[in-house]
Design a protein around this ligand. Sequence first.
Ligand SMILES: Cc1cc2nc3c(=O)[nH]c(=O)nc-3n(C[C@H](O)[C@H](O)[C@H](O)COP(=O)(O)OP(=O)(O)OC[C@H]3O[C@@H](n4cnc5c(N)ncnc54)[C@H](O)[C@@H]3O)c2cc1C
Length: 452
Amino acid sequence: MPTSLLVFTRDLRVADNPALAAAARADRVVPLFVLDDAVLGLGTMNATRLAFLLDSLRALHDGLVSAGGQLVVRRGSWVKSVLEVASSAGARQIHLAADVSGYASRRLDRLRSAAGSRFEVITHPGVMVAGPEPVRPIGGGHYQIFTPYYRNWAGSPRRAVAAAPGRVRLPDGIEPGRVPELGEVRGGVPAQGSLRGGEAAGLARMRAWRAQGLAGYDAGRDDLAAGATSGLSPYLHFGCVSPLLLASEFAGLPGGEPFVRQLAWRDFFCQLLAARPQAAREDYRPHGDRWHDDQDGLAAWREGQTGYPVVDAAMRQLRREGFMPNRARMIVASFLTKDLYVDWRAGAAHFMASLTDADVACNQLNWQWVAGTGTDRQRHRIFSPLRQSRRFDPAGEYIARYVPELAGLPQAQIHDPSPGARLSRRYPFPVVDHAAAATAWRARTRRAEPLE
Ligand SMILES: Cc1cc2nc3c(=O)[nH]c(=O)nc-3n(C[C@H](O)[C@H](O)[C@H](O)COP(=O)(O)OP(=O)(O)OC[C@H]3O[C@@H](n4cnc5c(N)ncnc54)[C@H](O)[C@@H]3O)c2cc1C
């Protein structure tokens, strides 16, 4: 086989990369990444996320150099750039990872139709542990409920972990380009935090997590102050670490089962989005919600000024670190959609613009799950911020870390400061009364029948 083109998308790794392994069977291979102007222009590409992506590309380049190759980088229209590089390399085959979002599948369709009969476009697994195709209900379609999905997923056959290519040889005459600096892509905006992207950093985190965190995962994952989760989500989103590799390495270890189950949740939402791409924007199960247009409430929520300490701590962590643990994501999403009764799309958009791990499938469908428009059948469920706070941050450590004006308050007060403490510490009064909001929410769920 003469020359193949491998287009990296969000599979930025050399290990267990089926598309790369297939392309590298050719005599020559061009490993290409295109900084897609359409993606860079989206509000979701915040500076921290972009810095993580650029870091991951530099690491990928280093990984390819070790195998004798290098990363070829272009910026512009994705389809046009891919076809230009394929033509100038004399490639016949274009390999890439299959993906699940509406944008990814439209982009692939455009590539296929522009490639015509000149190039063969071949997709490979790699973004999920399994699927989406291998895990289907007997009657076809897609799974709408996690438990039966998980049962099938856990027993479904897995592809073999793909070996990293021994050697990557570029054809002559290809201009490699280079990975730009952050400031060249996004005029001088500083990135938050110091999380290193890339395969080596991701694998190091995976090993450290296996050695020190995994065994205590089930007991500690909801402890807000402890930070006792893997922190692997940005590496999984950009594919710096293979989800299949993680699942196969961790299965059977102490803590492995609950952890691998979370990877199944990720796959579950991916298969759901692949089957119903419009669920990124539209209610998966519409109930005729008439969301409040509460701009002040939304602003207070975004800024961490709701007067509910645990909600404010989480929202300020998001702003400061581009991260929030899962329990906190559920608390703040429930607060926005059920206490304030603001449309889940507003919250999801803020998360997409703020998270380093922002991921259309995991974000939009988790938001829908919490908002009661998604796959959770318990629509009447509403989290009490106070109860969640006392249970998952009993000593108020998480609150004190991110809401410093409340630090030093006694444990009995920090979850719900007295009026005097709020005034003296310049901490806001609650923007909404939770008990009244919960009553209104439950009345709404009793009235509204699914419109499907
Ligand atoms: C409202 C809301 C929005 C979310 N938005 C995102 C998002 O944009 N990107 C994202 O990756 N995750 C999202 N999640 C899921 C989850 O909160 C994060 O994956 C997790 O907090 C990341 O931290 P971790 O890697 O330390 O997780 P760990 O607990 O160590 O879990 C390991 C991996 O399992 C997967 N996972 C864990 N929980 C979930 C879940 N509930 N749904 C799907 N996959 C899961 C992730 O890939 C995660 O990295 C969201 C959850 C909620 C409730």
